[in-house]
Design a protein around this ligand. Structure first.
Ligand code: KG4
Ligand code: ZN
Length: 342
């Protein structure tokens, strides 16, 4: 049985085919809207929704064509039910539910962060339950204790900006465009370590909470009124990345100590950050724990993680949307820890 996965929570249209029988991802495709939103310096929700409408059918047709499969082989359609932009979510949900209804197969709504959190299980080197997960994306920064599928407990989260948001806002201050995270991280590689020092917010708070909004303000104070040279920009980028990465890695170690667990899973767009990975790997060998990452192409938003989360839920006996149910809703705001056990 094949599961079609649909992701449309923000500015990427992701589709994927997962084979439940063989337990394998057959293919996935992502269309990024970055080029379209770039001119506006951020995601324009209405444009995002309209573009998802344009992309979904050709992407799904391409997926079936490239894998040599037909829609008759689909056994379920999974889609991102939330959290995310309401219009973008509605496009994916309407499409997925329409396809499921037309084919007479069940649909299943998936929590976007559950998709991210389980995506390292798709990698060749995969963790075993239970583990600690660091979710670091554009909208979220959370540490979770993961006992199994749909069994998530929140250990701590950001009080203000998410880590990815802090990257993006700081990149904007440095004139790096949108989304600035990857560009800022690349620039930081040519920065001089220690040339500037920024605060490590809440690093000694003793709990697993984060706060990143002060970092961009600290950067603003440094760059205001300065006509920046390329090296100055790189040094600031490095100072910013050093600070954020040190806070994230320190709290991960604390979370592992606090829970007594020995496996850490890193998920979400910021999980692609090379310096974060290097520090976590170094801490892991120092403290004797294991770190797991999704395959690089599955770090940012994609349909594969949605199809895969659906596969794990279906295997665990999760309920699907009844075939004759016509109404549907999405959840722009939805706490991961509120998911009910299956
Ligand atoms: O998980 P994701 O694709 O979308 C959300 O659900 O938010 O994460 C996107 C976020 C953006 O803020 C982006 O700037 C950040 O991840 N990001 C990075 C890197 N690659 C993506 N931040 C730092 N370093 C990177 N290499
Ligand atoms: Zn995401």
């Amino acid at each position: 049985m094949l599961i079609l996965g649909i992701e449309t929570s923000c500015d990427e249209t992701g589709v994927a085919l997962y084979d439940l029988a063989s337990g394998g991802l057959l293919a996935h495709t992502v269309h990024s809207q970055v080029a379209m939103h770039e001119a506006y310096g951020g995601v324009v929700p209405e444009l995002a929704s309209r573009d998802h409408v344009r992309r979904l059918i050709p992407l799904c047709r391409g997926l079936l064509r490239d894998t040599g499969r037909s829609s008759a082989e689909l056994g379920a359609v999974a889609y991102t039910e939330g959290p995310g932009l309401i219009g973008a979510l509605l496009v994916g949900a309407a499409f997925a539910r329409g396809v499921a209804f037309a084919l007479g197969v069940p649909a299943i709504g998936i929590h976007h962060l559950e998709g991210h959190l389980l995506s390292p299980l798709l990698a060749k080197r995969a963790p075993q339950f239970p583990f600690v997960a660091l979710l670091v994306s554009g909208g979220h920064t959370q540490l979770m204790r993961v006992e199994g599928v749909a069994r998530y407990a929140l250990l701590g989260e950001t009080q203000d900006d998410a880590a990815g948001e802090a990257f993006d806002k700081t990149a904007k201050l440095l004139g790096l465009g949108y989304p600035g995270g990857p560009a800022l991280s690349q620039l930081a590689e040519s920065g001089t370590p220690g040339r500037y020092r920024l605060p490590r917010p809440m690093i000694g708070s003793g709990d697993l909470e984060f706060s990143f909004s002060g970092l961009k303000t600290a950067v603003l104070h440094l760059v205001r009124g300065v006509d920046p040279s390329a090296q100055f920009q790189a040094d600031i980028a490095r100072a910013f990345q050093d600070a954020i990465v040190e806070v994230l890695a320190t709290k991960c170690t604390q979370a592992l100590n606090q829970t007594g667990l020995t496996q850490l899973v890193v998920a979400g767009g910021v999980g692609a950050n090379r310096q974060l990975r290097a520090l976590l790997d170094a801490q892991a060998s120092k403290h004797g724990y294991d770190v797991f990452y999704p395959e690089p192409e599955l770090c940012t938003d994609n349909g594969a993680m949605i199809a895969f989360a659906a596969a794990l839920r279906l295997r665990a006996g999760a309920r699907t949307v009844p075939r004759d149910a016509h109404g549907f809703s999405v959840r722009p705001r939805w706490a991961l820890a509120s998911l009910e056990a299956i």
